[in-house]
Design a protein around this ligand. Structure first.
Ligand code: HEC
Length: 157
């Protein structure tokens, strides 16, 4: 009896530890549409904050370290929202999305890509106050790579 309850506690702890990797299916079309909307909102905000940084790295707009600092902090914060706002599997419903089903079936690989963005954006936040323009531009490139790295595997072309 004692052994059995220890086992149950161990199983529960394991489920808790891996909980973030689990995706749950949408329960209705309305739910799927709402989840899709929120998922797009997070990526739209990522795009909005990355746009200026990419343009600076390419020399298309004037370089401004203060903007890099502000936007990289936002990108870092947004990276922590991706797991939650992509955890509802909408693949059984007709929603307007470019997300591939792997977003929900290969959760661990997807979360590794999220983590890559978290780390790269942290590096950019640090670099942004260094005063070293070329290092900052390189760190912007590092963030951009993690966007593309996930899109290559988890988003339709
Ligand atoms: C962990 C994976 C992942 C990372 C990291 C990631 N994306 Fe995405 N992104 C996606 C997926 C999946 C979609 C498709 C969402 C959909 O259509 O439902 C997407 C969609 C987008 C869209 C289109 C949004 C829309 O409304 O159609 C933009 C813009 C975007 N991402 C920008 C970025 C930028 C910029 C970064 C890096 C700063 C980034 N993403 C990092 C997975 C990722």
């Amino acid at each position: 009896m004692k052994l059995a309850s220890t086992k149950i506690i161990t199983v529960c702890a394991l489920i808790l530890a891996t909980n973030s990797a689990i995706a749950t299916p949408a329960t209705s079309e309305k739910h799927a549409n709402k989840a899709n909307e929120l998922r797009h909102a997070v990526f739209t905000m990522l795009g909005a904050n990355m746009g200026a940084l990419g343009a600076m790295a390419k020399g298309k707009i004037p370089f401004d370290a203060k903007v890099v600092e502000k936007n990289s902090i936002r990108i870092n914060q947004l990276s922590f929202m991706i797991a939650d706002y992509t955890s509802t599997d909408t693949s059984a419903y007709k929603v307007d999305t470019t997300a591939l089903p792997d977003v929900w079936t290969k959760r661990e690989a997807f979360e590794k890509r999220i983590n890559d963005l978290t780390i790269a954006s942290e590096k950019l936040v640090k670099a942004s106050t260094s005063g070293d323009e070329s290092a900052i531009k390189a760190a912007i490139g590092g963030v951009g790579k993690t966007c593309g790295g996930c899109h290559d595997n988890f988003r339709e072309e």
